[in-house]
Each structure stands twice: as C-alpha cells, then as structure tokens.
Design a binder for this molecule. Sequence first.
Ligand SMILES: Nc1nc2c(c(=O)[nH]1)N[C@H]1C(S)=C(S)[C@@H](COP(=O)(O)OP(=O)(O)OC[C@H]3O[C@@H](n4cnc5c(=O)[nH]c(N)nc54)[C@H](O)[C@@H]3O)O[C@H]1N2
Ligand SMILES: Nc1nc2c(c(=O)[nH]1)N[C@H]1C(S)=C(S)[C@@H](COP(=O)(O)OP(=O)(O)OC[C@H]3O[C@@H](n4cnc5c(=O)[nH]c(N)nc54)[C@H](O)[C@@H]3O)O[C@H]1N2
Ligand SMILES: [Mo]
Length: 764
Amino acid sequence: MPPDLDSNTVISSQPPEAFTGIELDDPKAAAAGVPAVTNSLKHVYGSSGLMRGTSAMLNLNQWEGFDCPSCAWPDPDDHRSAFEFCENGAKAIASETTKKRVTPEFFAQFGLSEIAKMSDFEMDQAGRITQPVILRPGAQHYEPISWDEAFHVIGDTLNALHSPDDAVFYTSGRATNEAAFLYQLFVREFGTNNLPDCSNMCHESSGAAMNQSVGVGKATVTLKDLETAETILIIGQNPGTNHPRMLSSLQRAVENGAEIIAVNPMKEAGLTGFMHPQQVKGVLGMATPLAKQFLQVRGNGDQALLKGIAKTLAEDGTIDRAFIAEHTVGFTDYEAHLRTLDWSELELVSGISREAMQKVARTCARGGRKVITCWAMGLTQHKNAVATIQEVVNLHLLLGAIGRESAGLCPVRGHSNVQGDRTMGVFEKMPEWFLSNLEREFRFQAPRQHGYDTVAAIKAMHEGKAKVFYALGGNFLQATPDTEFTAQALRNCYLTVHISTKLNRSHVITGRTGLILPCLGRSEKETRNGVDQFLTVENSMSVVHASHGKLTPASPHLLSEPEIVARTAAATLGSRSGTPWLDLGTDYDQIRDRIARVVPGFENFNQRVRQQGGFYLPNSARELKWDTASGMAHFNTHALACIQPGAGQLVLQTFRSHDQFNTTVYGLNDRYRGIGNERRIVFMNLGDMKSRGISPLVPVDMTSDFQGQTRTARRFLAIPYDLPAGSCAAYFPEANVLVPIDSYADVSLTPTSKSVLITVKVAE
Ligand SMILES: Nc1nc2c(c(=O)[nH]1)N[C@H]1C(S)=C(S)[C@@H](COP(=O)(O)OP(=O)(O)OC[C@H]3O[C@@H](n4cnc5c(=O)[nH]c(N)nc54)[C@H](O)[C@@H]3O)O[C@H]1N2
Ligand SMILES: Nc1nc2c(c(=O)[nH]1)N[C@H]1C(S)=C(S)[C@@H](COP(=O)(O)OP(=O)(O)OC[C@H]3O[C@@H](n4cnc5c(=O)[nH]c(N)nc54)[C@H](O)[C@@H]3O)O[C@H]1N2
Ligand SMILES: [Mo]
C-alpha cells in the first residue's frame, strides 16, 4: 500500500491568512464581572437554544450533573452553588451542545479543499458531527460508513502492519478514565507503547521535574489549602482566561489574608483583580485586588528570578534547616551554587530588580510559611522547563513549604481529564509495576520497550516508519509544533483515524484513508437497559469523581468513547485477546472493577465514586513520604540558563486568547487584552516595534530561524502592548508553524511553544 500523495498535498494545513477586521479597546485591569455573565448567556443560548442551554448550565459541575469539559480546576469539596461554572466553561458547553450539525450532506457539499479554507472559528461553528465518515483513497469528500465497516477498516489496516510499533495512538485530555483505561489496554494488547498524549505538550515538564524531586507528578495541595495559604505565587499562568473558577478561590484566599504574587511578562487581567460575577460587589464592577506584587519577568527569565528568591532566603538565614535535614538531599551543593550567583546577572536575565526578588523571598518567609506556587504553560514550554520547575521545588524545600497544611506545589492542569488519563496508563513509558499489574489482570504480555511521545511520533510518521495514526480526541495537526512538518507526517500515513465531536483541521490533512468516528460529548446522556450510565474524571487536585451526562445526544448514531475503543479492539485483536471487549465497552462498572485491581488508590472504585463528590487519590509528598530514588526530597542544582536571542531576534510565546479552548476557537475576541474580532496579531513591545520601523496595526511576517532552517508565518497585525523588551506573543494555533520540531525541553521533550526565536518585519 504505497501512500498516495497526489490528491492531498495541495490542501493547506494552516488557517486562512485573511484578516477579520480588528477592533481595539483598552486592556482590562480586572477579570469577570457582568460582561462575563452576558457573554456566557450569549454563547449558550445563541448556540444551544433556551431549553437545552438552561438544562446544560444547571447540570454543569453539580453533584449529579456532568463535569465541565473545559479546564481541570477542581469543584469545591463541601458545597455547590447553582452556578459552578465560568464564562469559558459556558463557551465549552455552548460549543458541545450546539444545535448545528455536520452531516453526510455537509461532507457531500464540502470537499477537503473547501473545508480547508474555513477558519478554525467557522469549523467550530459548523456543529456536531453526526455519523462515522470515511475518506477513501484519492477521494476529495468524506462519505458515510457503517460503524462495523469502519472498525474493520481499522482492524485490517493495523493487522497488516509490519509491526505494532508502526502505529501511533494519541490521546487528548478530555477522554474519561474509563475510555483512557480501555484505550491503553487495547494499545498494549496490540503490542506497542506508542501512546503520545497532549500532556507531552503541556505539563510533561512538571511531571518530570516533580517526580524526580519529590516522587509525585501532581499537585500536593487541595482547594482548602489554597484558600488558607499565606502566600500564593502564580507563575506563567493566566487564570482569568484559562482557569476562571480559580479566581473565586483566590478571592477567598485574599479575604483570608493571603498575599498573591504574580510572575508574568504580561499583566493579565485575572492576575490583577477579580469581580465575582455572582456577588453584588462584582456585579457593581467593584474588583477584589488580587496580586499585590506583580513581577513582569522577561520571557524565560523565571529560573533566574527563582534563584534570586532562593539566594535571598539563604542570605537572610530564613531557610527551614530542620525540614532540610530531615527530608532532603542535595542541599549543600545547592547552597554553594546559590552563593556563586551574581546578583547583576540574575537581574539582567530575569529583568527583575534584586529588591523585588528580595521582597518576594521575605513575603514567603513570614508567618507560618504557608506558601503555594501555582504554575502552567509559562513555565513548562521552554528548553529549561524542567530545571526551572525544579527551582520552584527547591524554593519550597528551603521553606519547608510542602507536605503541610496550606502549603505546597500546584501545577495547574489544562484539559479536564488530562491528569486522569495519565493515571489510567496513557503514557509512552509507564513504570514496570503498572505493566505487570495490567498483565496479571488481563493475562497477556505487555510490551516493555518505551513508545513514541508526541515529537517522536511526528518524526516517525514523517520518516515513514509509523503508518497508522489513531486519535482519541484532540486536534493533532494544530496542537503540535511545526504545522507543515506535522502535516507531511500525517499525509505519509496509510490511515488516520479521529474520534471527535467537532470538525477540526486534522480532519482535512489525512493519510491515504481517513476516518472520523463521532462520539458522545461529556454533557450527553447514555442509557443502557433503562439505566443512566456515568463516567469518571480526575481533576487537577486528584479528586476522582463521577460525570453524569444529561442531554439528548446530538445524533442517534453517536457511540461513547469506551464503546468505540472496545469495538476497535475487538475488530483488531479478535481471538488473540482474552479480554471481554464488548462487555467492557458497554458496562462501565466492569471497567471500573478492573481499574480498581490495576491502579493503586482506586480500591472499591465503584462504591467510592458513587459517594457525593468522589474521593481523593493518595499523594505521598503530601504526607511527607518521598517516593524518589533516595527516599528523600531532592534539591536539584542546575546552572543558570535562559534563551539567548541573536541580533535582531525576539522571543515569541504562543498562547491562548480569551475566546478559545486550545485549537477550538469560540470567537474572535480577546476581551481582557482589549482585542476584538481578530486572531492574526502579534503583541509587541513598543520600543521593539519602533526599532524595526513597524507602526501599530501594520501587517508583519514572522520568521523563525533554527539550526539553519527557516519557517515563516505570514500576515499578522503588530499591536503595541505592555511587554518586556525582547518578548512578543501570538496566538496558538496560528503561530505553531514557527515552533521547530527539534526545539523541545530537556528531559520532558515538551515543544518550546513559549520560547521561539523569531525575527519580525513588515509584510511584503
Ligand atoms: N478557556 C480556556 N481554558 C483553558 C484552555 C484554553 O485554551 N481556553 N486550555 C487548557 C489547557 S490544555 C491548559 S494547559 C491551560 C493553559 O493555561 P495557561 O498556561 O494559563 O495558558 P497560556 O495561554 O498558554 O498562558 C500562559 C501564560 O504564561 C505567560 N508566560 C509566557 N511565557 C512566560 C514565561 O517565560 N514566564 C512566565 N512567568 N510567564 C510566561 C503568558 O503571558 C500567559 O499569561 O488552560 C486550560 N484551560
Ligand atoms: N504553540 C502552542 N501549541 C500548543 C500549546 C501552546 O500553548 N502553544 N499548548 C499545548 C497544550 S497545553 C495542549 S493540552 C495541546 C492540546 O492539544 P489537543 O488536546 O490535541 O487539542 P484540542 O484543541 O484540545 O482538541 C480539540 C478537538 O477535540 C475534539 N473533542 C472535543 N471534545 C471531545 C470529546 O469529548 N471527545 C472526543 N473524542 N473529542 C473531543 C474536537 O473534535 C476538537 O476539535 O496543545 C498544545 N499545543
Ligand atoms: Mo494543556
């Protein structure tokens, strides 16, 4: 089966370059308030209608309702108000519960080249996919296919491969625990560990750093800890847009006396103030001030900043020597390293004054040292990400601020179940204990050779080594770096398969054969033998809980993700497997019983997850037990590093607007940053614009130079913005074309989406 390249290669893999008509406003000083409420309503009622919209919103994050499919921020443990959602949760629900449909008639009308011309916003607006469809070799249009035939196409293609390692099985973090568990089981019974996931591009650096340092890769704090902390550092995270419900917790923390310190190159609205949309004060436009100290760090300058804070603690003698002696190794080397650091270099690299760094250190060292550090993509997507996050851990070890009430580490997860998917075994290098538990339960031999992560999977497809790409959710083409390179990788495949709810650009850049398998969304009801089914998820603070779909499915032809995975497995493995796939795919209690026997912490899963609010998974670091190589917590000493722009170069970060969820574009506004109706923009420091002769709103081209290769993103409007000199920012996924496939973080291999070296010039 040689790949047939002629038909697909002409189709563009990038969003259209056309401008949409920018409208500018002032950036906001506080997040939420009345516009957040009106925006929620506009999105939900606009797309879902009054009845469906109201029902959706009243069930969101309720005890017997469904988990919000947006971010992974936890719900309160002890109470629920009628409105446990935020503006962006409402947009996610509106997108999923829309009345619009992508039917076989849609695909008959629009061929690949027409769909490719749609913007990401238009793709989302097209609606929910209603039936399985296939793109046959050489065809321009998808056509309907029965579920059975679709599973046979997949099974036959997989079984014809030279080796199971020639297939890649991607997971996006919206998949539920039950779907993810079955999926990794299928992939391992098939014979490979090729299980890349969105985490590889997201918090992989946090997991790698924390596992080595403190023996767990997840948050060591609960919501209650956060609300009772004395000092909260928020580094490289934009909660006002990406975790809006976190603002209510921060408000409570401030009311309880906490001091918030924000570290970010941009003064994001949600860091500076919050107007609670469900409180009178907030509705009146009165904001609770959040961050008292705002450190406008240079892009990737955090490692230097954190070292400066640590150096102050050592110089002041405010470290917790008893904690260090009892719980850690590596302190002597680290302390010696801090002594060698030069203040002026730390200031230069971070862009922050010595006094400001000292002030942070002294704030952290006061009171009961109840310090919590929250972070997200601003730390994880750099070359030295793991080293920087280990610097966060060092800081907490110096303070003894871990494993105690109101203190600890808080990597804030992205996708609503990305953490659960990893717990369920979606990882290209799961540890031995997991694989042997799986073997004992399912009586097969699991492969031991590590599989491909996301970057390795793209390269393997590009080289023609991997030939089948199967995705449990997500939008691989646009979430990954180096769009043109990844597009070619996908085009090289014999078969690409997407389990999806909505249309996205990955559906137009396919292998020789392409399949779209439409599934039920989180909000949708599944009834079997008259009984409503439920699925489970794990949030960012390790609470495992149930999610009960409530709405009528978008189409009668949809299947649940577990059933799609199970039927894929049955069609592929046949009599080779002793696993009762079809039973598991239709009875989630049976899957949960299996999980209970394989994954520690899930004992009596079925019973405990039926309790209101679910249960916490154990977290050894929280209990001051160090599941590391030495049995102690590790200080890690890394040489100071920072991205070094060459002459004329800027450091570009690629981030999210207020109207998107990753690659799903809900709208064209970025309200808090004062941007209306446009996504093709680059935020720049005014001085950097002037020195390049770039006037505001002039179209520019951005070029990244990496190891002699050049990549260009054309036609972005330059916007002057309050950013440190040398740093600039553009939206993901439009700017992904600039992120080189070979530019990734040490150890975690996460693409460096927040440090891309570029030159900017007025467009030709
Ligand atoms: N509404 C909505 N919610 C989401 C998502 C979404 O797209 N939309 N995505 C979800 C997912 S998967 C994730 S991972 C999270 C992402 O949540 P975030 O990590 O908040 O997402 P980004 O938009 O990438 O924002 C990164 C922030 O880091 C800052 N930053 C960039 N470079 C640096 C740096 O070098 N140092 C420091 N200190 N800061 C820096 C940016 O200015 C920005 O404020 O959100 C989740 N929730
Ligand atoms: N340049 C740059 N690139 C980045 C990032 C960045 O900051 N900058 N961030 C990275 C991060 S943090 C992440 S997590 C990844 C995200 O990468 P992905 O998780 O791959 O991308 P999403 O955009 O979240 O996926 C959206 C698609 O998921 C499908 N979908 C939605 N709901 C469901 C569902 O319930 N079931 C199924 N089966 N499908 C569903 C829809 O078809 C939708 O089009 O992107 C990464 N890429
Ligand atoms: Mo993410």
